[in-house]
Design a protein around this ligand. Structure first.
Ligand code: SAM
Length: 444
């Protein structure tokens, strides 16, 4: 990094909206700023630089940054601060941001984060407005230092961008083309994380299983998982998000052979009707998706499944929607993230007729969520009496409760102590609700 260090004592604050990749991007951006001498603070009032890392996956998410900027403009504390907008809305709006929010001086999409040190240096040397909006890149965002916010679970991005063209999705237009990091670099970062005391690694990518080793070794994604799982000292590895199109039996075999790979797969289906899937350009039919599920269900250990579903996509009839509900009943997911279709700029679906009225989308969403609630009540109740290992992630002082997470990604609360945080403990499940379990600790 050639740029000079920040003026002494300067501080920054980052607010992050959206997915885990955004959370991790913010951790890396924080690392870049700290390496330049900036100090993180806990509120925008205290900060000299304020950054909003934005999400544009749905209209509501995209609007958040504008309401934040509006509220912030009125605040007296706004004077003499540098305000920057990062991420997907930054990429989508580009220089228009300066008109909509004149207090903004930095607009940078995720595909240009490698240029951040340079952009910051330009701001420091008096430039009023700088942008990083180039999407045509082969670079991944590599940082020498990343400020990780969770002391036990570390996020690690292995692939950036997205080459899928799902008709509803804005991500390829906001995050640029797919760029995979070399396998050896990923393994080296994992080793550094283990040396730093992390015991759980969560591997990230918009389409994580589209990862292709760009180095001559040419490991497959399943091979990469196995190699990471074999690292000494690692207790848990999760990966998200997988695309059904790239989901291979070898991934299930890797999970079966390596207990360190968690009993959990997130496999977004989006819809249960083949015609809707074809209009969404997802690249698989209902039957092909269910074949992947059968492969996962045939594993030697029980693997917990979660998914994403969009209701009310263009042209979705009542019968199409019922097929989604029936697929959910057939698969019996442990968790479903469900959304009303939200038309997005520059996507193929913008050219389709959005046939499902807003109230009907809301009705379908409520119906689907209630059906899934019943499935979760049943599936969680079946765990009562079992002893499960949890990583204790937090402690609620008011309730005297430790908050653990099982390998299947369920929250399991139990009477504990603050010193339990960060430990792996065995907990017997004593009761269950739709969204979490309650238990008691077994042994010391
Ligand atoms: N890249 C991942 C994939 O393709 O599965 C996840 C992308 S996104 C962060 C998470 C979820 O948001 C998607 O799986 C989808 O269900 C939902 N989503 C994406 N675009 C949407 C839209 N236009 N309207 C409603 N939901 C949307």
């Amino acid at each position: 990094m050639s740029a000079a260090l920040a003026p002494e004592g300067k501080t920054f604050y980052i607010e992050t909206f959206g997915c885990q990749m955004n959370v991790h991007d913010s951790e890396k951006v924080a690392g870049v700023l700290m390496a330049r001498g900036y100090r993180p603070v806990d509120s925008h009032q205290e900060a000299d630089i304020i950054l909003y890392n934005t999400c544009s996956i749905r209209e509501k998410a995209a609007q958040k940054v504008f309401s934040r900027l509006g509220a912030f403009r009125k605040a007296r504390s706004a004077e003499n601060k540098i305000v920057g907008v990062l991420g997907c809305v930054a990429q989508q709006e580009g220089e228009r941001f300066f008109e909509r929010a004149p207090q903004v001086s930095l607009v940078c999409g995720s595909a240009s984060y490698a240029q951040l040190p340079e952009l910051l240096a330009q701001l420091e040397s008096g430039n009023r407005r700088v942008t990083g909006l180039d999407l045509d890149t082969e670079d991944c965002f590599e940082t020498e230092f990343t400020r990780r916010d969770n002391p036990f679970r570390a996020y690690l991005t292995i692939i950036e961008g997205c080459d899928q063209r799902c008709a509803f999705c804005v991500v390829p237009m906001t995050r640029g083309p797919e760029r995979s990091r070399p396998g050896a670099k990923i393994l080296a970062e994992c080793r550094r994380l283990l040396d730093g005391g992390y015991t759980e690694i969560q591997i990230l990518g918009q389409i994580v299983n589209a990862w292709q080793d760009p180095s001559p070794a040419r490991w497959s994604f399943a091979e990469l998982l196995a190699r990471i799982a074999e690292l000494r000292g690692l207790r848990r590895v999760r990966f998200t998000t997988s695309h059904p199109r790239y989901f291979t039996p070898e991934i299930v075999q890797a999970i079966d052979s390596h207990p360190v790979l968690c009993d959990q797969i997130h496999l977004p289906v989006q819809a249960g009707c083949t015609e809707v899937l074809a209009r969404m350009l997802r690249g698989y039919s209902r039957e092909e998706y269910l074949e992947k599920i059968h492969c996962i269900r045939a594993a030697r250990r029980a693997i917990s499944l979660s998914t994403d579903i969009i209701v009310g996509f263009c042209g979705e009839s009542e019968e199409d929607f019922e097929q989604t509900v029936s697929l959910m009943a057939e698969v019996e997911y442990d968790q479903v993230f469900s959304f009303k279709f939200s038309p997005r700029p520059n996507t193929a679906a913008l050219g389709f007729v959005d046939t499902v009225p807003e109230e009907e989308k809301a009705r379908r969403l409520a119906l689907l969520q209630e059906a899934q609630r019943q499935i979760q009540i049943r599936r969680n109740a079946a765990l009562v009496g079992q002893t499960l290992e949890v990583l204790v992630e937090g402690y609620q002082v008011r309730l005297g409760q430790a908050v653990g997470r099982t390998t299947s990604n369920r929250v399991l609360n139990f009477p504990g102590k603050p010193a339990d945080v960060g430990r792996y403990l065995n907990v017997k499940v004593t009761s269950a609700g739709p969204n979490s379990l309650v238990g008691e600790r077994i042994g010391d």
